[in-house]
Structures are given as structure tokens and as C-alpha cells.
Design a protein around this ligand. Structure first.
Ligand SMILES: Nc1ncnc2c1ncn2[C@@H]1O[C@H](COP(=O)(O)OP(=O)(O)OP(=O)(O)O)[C@@H](O)[C@H]1O
Ligand SMILES: [Mg+2]
Length: 346
């Protein structure tokens, strides 16, 4: 809207300048052409009409431009109605009530494209993750780490089978499946609403449970100090809290949801060392019965994981216990660690 008003102001000013020049030329010409009373009348009529036309033309042009600009909104809405809905919305089959109960994940020849006929972001991945395992995912930027999350959340076009606790997710309702897997990403935005609504968006969880989780996240002191406590409003996506606090609130929401599969995609990338350690402790203590996938550039974030998966150009190049991979002289993980130790980015 701001850009629209700026453009309208600029257009109005430009029109005024053009007509000012036009009227100056007409008036000066007419002034010099007056010789007697009859030419004076013609000159004054000409100047009068020039004024009138300037006002009319400027008004009409502004109206045409305004209609065109307003119609763009209609055009956009029409374009949105033609967007193809994501595959899976139409499926009525709901996942079983407590699914996933164990948190076992199997990928069988899974490939992912973000759009039809686009390049493959994941290429023929096959692996399995056991219930309650903590898996670290490493790889250079663009290797396909976040695409792994996209495949699990059924974003884009996937081929192959993704089986969670013996159920192929392709045949389940998309929204319900997504709700059963928690993802914490790097940019921790909160909803505009109270802290209670943020932690418990669907309702049904009582305040004592919320305070318990806030205690675990060491957030209860902060929340108790706020004027409205759990009713305190999070404004503008949570900008009245620091990034670290927002990330802890997000983690608190995930704990309250009690999903069995939780994915951290660079979740500690923007928080300080102490908060990162706190999140690590939650992963390995509070979430010990959950299957956790931790995607990170920092080795310190994934070093406590049971197994590490290394991705390169959409393929798995290594997937084993950390000490096995680090003992490989020319292994991919050893190389990533070496580059990181040298202080270079990867
Ligand atoms: N929304 C998208 N649309 C089209 N292509 C995408 C999209 N997201 C990612 N890609 C492509 O998929 C490939 C893998 O990207 P991905 O985001 O999975 O990498 P990553 O390993 O998570 O990188 P980073 O460490 O930078 O987060 C890249 O080539 C990228 O260009
Ligand atoms: Mg990523």
C-alpha cells in the first residue's frame, strides 16, 4: 500500500508539472498574440479552455490509473483461485489416533522435486531411523538437509515411500499428517496472541501443565514477571521477546504437543551458547523417548547424536555412528569437521 501511495503522489506531481508547463506556454503565446479586443477575447477563451482541459485530462488519467491499480487486486485473487491445491488435502484417511507411537522412520528410494519437472533436491534416499534415535544431519549448504524435512512434511513432489511407524504417509490426509510431526526452524516466530494461545493454540491443555513446561524451559521466571503472565500478548510475531526466548517458547509448544517425531532445522543457529546448550539438554533428557532429527552446520550441536547422516547434492554419502565416520581418513564428515576447525564456512 505504501508503494501505491508513493507512486500515486509521484504521478500527481508529474501531471501537475506537465500541465504547468503547458499552461505557461499557452498563456505566454496568447499574451503575445493579442492585438485588439477581438483577439483578446479569443486569447482569454483559449486560456480558459486550456485550464479546463488540464483539470479534466488530469482527473481522467488519475481515474484510469486508479481503476487499473485497484483491478490488480481482483486479478491476484483470481490467480490465487487457480493455484492447484497440494496433493493429499483431498485424502480422507486420517492417521491412527496415537500415531506415530514409536517414531520409526523409513525412506525407500525417496526423491523430491520442489516443482513439476524441476531438478531433484533429494535423489533416491533409502535409510531408516529407529524409534527414539537422535540423528544429526550434516552437509554443505544446498546439500538437501532441509529438503529432508520438506519430504517428511510432504512439500513438493515426492517419489518413493516414506513410512512412519509402518504407515505410508502418502495415503494419509496431508494436514493431519503434518500435525503429528513437529519442526523447529531457525527463525522463531510466535503468533500474535497471548503466551497461552502460543503454547496451546488448539486449547485443551491446562495451565499447570503449561507452567510445568515453562519451568523445564527456564521460562517461568520471565513469564511470572510479565503483567499479564500467561495472558501477556506476543506482538508482531513475538518481537517483544528475544530470539532465544522465542526459540524456547517454540520448544515449549513442541513439548506440550507431545509428538513422537521432532525435527530441529538449524534451530540453535541464532541463539547464544547457553540457550543452545539448554536446548541440547532438553533434546537429550526431556525428549529421550522421541525420535529427533537435528540438522546443523555446527558439529557441537550434533555431536551427542547416536548417528550422523551426511548429505551431498541431494544424496546420502555417509550415515553411521559418529566415531566410525570421524575415523575415516578421507570421509565427508571428517572433511566437514576439518574445514569447520579451520574456521571456514561450509
Ligand atoms: N522452495 C524451493 N523451491 C525450489 N528449490 C528449492 C527450494 N528449497 C530448496 N531448493 C533447492 O533444493 C536444494 C537443496 O536445498 P536445501 O534447502 O534442502 O539445502 P540445505 O542443505 O538445507 O541448505 P542450507 O544449509 O543452506 O540450509 C538446493 O539446490 C535448493 O536450491
Ligand atoms: Mg536448510
Amino acid at each position: 500500500m505504501y508503494a501505491y501511495y508513493v507512486a500515486a503522489r509521484w504521478f500527481g506531481l508529474a501531471m501537475d508539472v506537465i500541465f504547468l508547463v503547458f499552461l505557461t506556454i499557452v498563456s505566454t503565446t496568447e499574451l503575445y498574440s493579442v492585438t485588439d479586443s477581438s483577439t483578446a477575447v479569443i486569447a482569454s477563451v483559449a486560456i480558459l479552455y486550456s485550464f479546463q482541459s488540464a483539470i479534466e485530462i488530469s482527473g481522467t488519467t488519475r481515474c484510469v490509473v486508479d481503476v487499473q491499480a485497484q483491478m490488480t487486486s481482483g486479478e491476484r485473487i483470481l490467480a490465487y483461485t487457480e493455484i492447484k491445491p497440494e496433493k493429499g488435502h483431498e485424502i480422507n484417511e486420517q492417521p491412527p489416533k496415537d500415531w506415530p507411537e514409536a517414531g520409526k522412520i523409513e525412506f525407500k528410494n525417496v526423491s523430491l522435486r520442489y516443482y513439476e519437472n524441476g531438478p531433484k533436491a533429494l535423489k533416491d534416499l533409502s535409510f531408516h531411523i529407529n524409534p527414539s534415535e537422535k540423528i544429526g544431519v550434516a552437509g554443505r549448504t544446498g546439500a538437501g538437509k532441509s529438503s529432508l524435512v520438506a519430504a517428511l512434511m510432504r512439500i513438493g513432489e515426492t517419489e518413493g515411500d516414506i513410512i512412519v511407524d509402518n504407515v505410508n504417509i502418502e495415503y494419509l490426509n496431508l494436514q493431519s499428517t503434518r500435525q503429528r510431526i513437529s519442526v523447529i526452524s531457525q527463525s522463531p516466530d510466535l503468533f500474535s496472541g497471548s503466551i497461552r494461545e502460543n503454547l496451546n493454540p488448539t486449547g485443551g491443555i491446562n495451565d499447570s501443565e503449561i507452567w510445568n513446561v515453562l519451568d523445564q524451559m527456564q521460562l517461568s521466571f520471565l513469564v511470572r514477571s510479565l503483567p499479564g503472565k500467561l495472558d501477556h500478548l506476543c506482538t508482531g510475531g513475538g518481537t517483544n521477546f528475544s530470539i532465544g526466548q522465542r526459540q524456547l517458547f517454540r520448544l515449549a509448544r513442541v513439548l506440550l504437543k507431545e509428538n513422537k517425531i521432532i525435527i530441529f532445522d538449524e534451530a540453535t543457529g541464532k541463539v547464544d551458547k547457553k540457550t543452545a546448550e539448554q536446548i541440547q539438554n532438553v533434546i537429550h533428557d526431556v525428549l529421550k523417548d522421541c525420535t529427533v532429527i537435528i540438522i546443523s552446520h555446527r558439529m557441537t550441536t550434533i555431536q551427542r547424536c547416536e548417528k550422523i547422516m551426511v548429505l551431498e547434492q541431494g544424496s546420502i554419502v555417509e550415515f553411521d555412528k559418529q566415531h566410525v565416520l570421524l575415523n575415516r581418513q578421507k570421509g565427508f564428515l571428517s572433511e566437514l569437521v576439518r574445514i569447520a576447525n579451520e574456521g571456514k564456512m561450509y
